[in-house]
Design a binder for this molecule. Structure first.
Ligand code: DX5
Ligand code: ZN
Length: 220
């Protein structure tokens, strides 16, 4: 499976966002992770459509949009139009998850589903064939810079097993508390996409990106 780094711009310096994003792209990060928060589904408010629209022409990366919002179905068409390539909705925020996933695919985008730490892998069992990426939250969503909750890696193992049993090679992305020091462990659990915010952005955005890419490029 393709191993991918998805730097989360939530931790970037917003006064020079274009530059920060370019540093990740030039150093090998294939995705850009965009965390949209509405202050209701999660306590924080982050950014939305205008920021994504503005960044779109600055980067050729896959735009991996993580919607931490209630009733995401109302907005998926807008995010598709703004430049999202992957649209991930939370299982917990969707009353009609099957319909929302269909909606995202009908827009020609990849459909992702995110699970909060307490949400079981089994909750998405029946929709797995309609999902292009499963996002396992390894912290409670809402903030960057938190520590990874160890039991969430057990869920990654479980999901990889479920997918194998169904004959599916679906991407598993782990989001929250991913560092250079635990990246190998996260990959070994069965994830192939790493989100990293605070461990990528900072004084050495380019060098940090390269360090992650070295780990991701190592043969398993
Ligand atoms: C948290 C967000 C994450 C966050 C990760 O709710 O979904 O994408 O930016 O940040 P770090 O890597 O610092 O935990
Ligand atoms: Zn995220």
């Amino acid at each position: 499976m393709n191993r991918i780094l998805a730097p989360s711009v939530l931790s970037a310096d917003f006064s020079r966002l274009g530059e920060e994003v370019r540093a990740t792209e030039e150093n090998g990060a294939q995705y850009l992770h965009l965390d949209v928060m509405d202050g209701i589904f999660v306590p924080s408010i982050s950014f939305g459509l205008p920021v994504i629209r503005t960044l779109r022409p600055c980067s050729r990366q896959i735009f991996d949009v993580h919607l931490m919002i209630t009733e995401p179905d109302r907005y998926v068409a807008d995010f598709a139009e703004a430049g999202a390539d992957i649209i991930t909705v939370h299982q917990e925020a969707c009353l009609h998850l099957d319909r929302t996933l269909q909606h995202i695919r009908e827009l020609g985008k990849k459909a992702g589903v995110a699970l909060n730490p307490a949400t079981p892998a089994e909750s998405i069992r029946w929709v797995l064939p309609q999902v292009d990426m499963v996002l396992v939250m390894s912290v409670n969503p809402g903030f960057g810079g938190q520590a990874l909750i160890p039991y969430t890696l057990e869920k990654v193992r479980k999901l990889r097993q479920m997918l194998l049993q169904e004959g599916l090679e679906t991407d598993i992305e782990v989001d929250g508390g991913v560092k250079l020091s635990n990246a190998r462990e996260v990959l070994a659990a069965g994830a192939n996409i790493l989100v990293a915010g605070s461990a990528v952005f900072g004084k050495k955005t380019g060098a940090n990106t390269r360090a992650f890419m070295e780990i991701l490029d190592q043969k398993v």
